[in-house]
Design a protein around this ligand. Structure first.
Ligand code: PLP
Length: 432
């Protein structure tokens, strides 16, 4: 397959559906461009007018195994014929039980699992768990972080004030720390010193604002997602972890976007050589079926029966889809993400040498950010134009952060398909 756009966009059928949506849908939905899908195959999506698009966004970094992977379809069909839901909060059942065992064994043992339906639910459960277990009120997170939209998770989220506007007061006791962005360093730091500067700032906060012995946990995205696909500087995360340990502060790794093979490892934190006390996985875990997993160290398993629960979390069809997804990740997709991701990153860096408005190209595996502008000047105008032009040429992208594009294709992407994407991007950049 190849991208092929044969109607003006949006086409007539897409236009009609978008108009119907305007009359009935919540105005809180965002539509970055007028794409109306009808079916997908592999890394390609077809719209209602028959146009074919190469998908570099995977439904916001979700569709690990691409569209309609036969193994996922078969697992879903087989489980749907048995039962979809009985309520895992009340009754133990397969395939959810063996999924819990499988996830724990991927961490090397010593963890417990709680299933939810979304990343936000996983984060919300993590907030409750760390507060309940430690009895400490404060929570720390980074500016630029995205941890979800429910009021607890939103209190940690600090990627755009628009997400928070009108919803205050949020959870008290949440303190944000500047993210050590090497491209646009905070705190007046130089790029090479940014990790140091952020750790010094955190120690300063501990002396002046937040008693560290009252902090339950630090929530960390191993690669900041919504904030712009930002990779922390080398060595920063281990040093942060050591500092937190000194004060008995738990580390919660929000792997909702970065986990499930996307960065070329099962968990993005593996790149840092650090283990978290709590992990939250969602998005890519079940190839598009709603599922999140909260994994927490055995020693934190102090809450009582009924302390937390959910009707749908750990639903059997989603668990079956997760098993099929893990089979495929273990069968080569994680390595593919590393291999094709490195190829794509190299191709994008080559484009960067020819198009200087690409200020930064960064990422791991198939989690790549392209930042428009310079350290001193963000260019969201160019970024938005690039996303729109790419759509017109048959490439689906999404923005992230103030001025970046996130590249997060399904992990089945081949080098040939990556090259198709690079060719479209080159044509887009020439037009900018
Ligand atoms: C890192 C991270 N955490 C949490 C969430 C929230 O997940 P969900 O939208 O499934 O509730 C997201 C969603 O984008 C995310 O990227």
């Amino acid at each position: 397959m190849r991208p092929a756009v044969s109607t003006p966009l949006p086409g007539p059928k897409a236009k009609e559906l978008l108009e119907r949506g305007q009359a009935v849908l919540s105005p809180s939905y965002v539509r970055p461009y007028p794409f109306v899908p009808v079916r997908g195959q592999g890394v390609f999506l077809e719209d209602v007018d028959g146009n074919v698009f190469l998908d570099f966004m995977a439904g916001i970094a979700v569709n690990t195994t691409g569209y309609a992977h036969p193994k996922v379809v078969e697992a879903v069909r087989a489980q749907a014929e048995r039962f979809a839901h009985v309520c895992f909060s009340d009754f133990t059942h397969e395939p959810t039980l063996s999924l819990a065992e499988r996830l724990v064994s991927k961490l090397g043992g010593g963890y417990r699992v709680f299933f939810g339906n979304s990343g936000t639910e996983g984060i919300e459960a993590a907030i409750k768990l760390v507060r309940h277990h430690t009895g400490r009120p404060y929570l720390l997170a980074f500016t630029g972080a995205f941890h979800g939209r429910s009021l607890g998770a939103l209190s940690l989220t600090a990627s755009k004030s628009a997400y928070r506007k009108g919803f205050a007061p949020l959870l008290p006791g949440v303190v944000h720390v500047p993210f050590p962005n090497p491209f646009r360093p905070p705190l007046g730091a130089r790029p090479e010193d940014v990790g140091e500067a952020v750790l010094a700032h955190l120690e300063h906060l501990f002396r002046t604002v937040v008693p560290p012995e009252e902090v339950a946990a630090f929530f960390l995205e191993p690669i900041q997602g919504e904030g712009g696909y930002l990779v922390p500087p080398p060595g920063f995360v281990p040093r942060l972890k050591a500092l937190l340990e000194r004060h008995g502060i738990l580390l919660v790794a929000d792997e909702v976007q970065s986990g499930a093979g996307r960065t070329g490892r099962f968990l993005a934190l593996e790149h840092e050589g650090v283990e978290a006390d709590v992990y939250v996985l969602a998005k890519g875990l079940a190839s598009g079926y709603p599922l999140s997993a909260l994994l927490f160290r055995e020693e934190l398993a102090s809450w009582r029966p009924g302390a937390h629960g959910t009707t749908f979390g750990g639903q059997a069809v989603a668990a079956a889809a997760a098993h099929a997804t893990l089979d495929l990740l273990e069968g080569g997709l994680t390595e593919n993400a590393a291999r094709v991701g490195a190829f794509l990153l190299q191709g994008l860096r080559e484009l960067q040498t020819r198009f200087p408005f690409l200020g930064d190209v960064r990422g791991r595996g198939l989690m790549i950010g392209l930042d428009f502008g310079t350290p001193g000047e963000e260019r969201p105008d160019l970024r938005d134009k690039a996303v729109g032009l790419a759509f017109q040429k048959g490439l689906l992208l999404l923005p992230a952060g103030p001025a970046a594009i996130r590249i997060a294709p399904p992990l089945i992407l081949t080098k040939e398909e990556a090259t198709m994407g690079l060719e479209i991007l080159e044509a887009v950049f020439r037009q900018l």
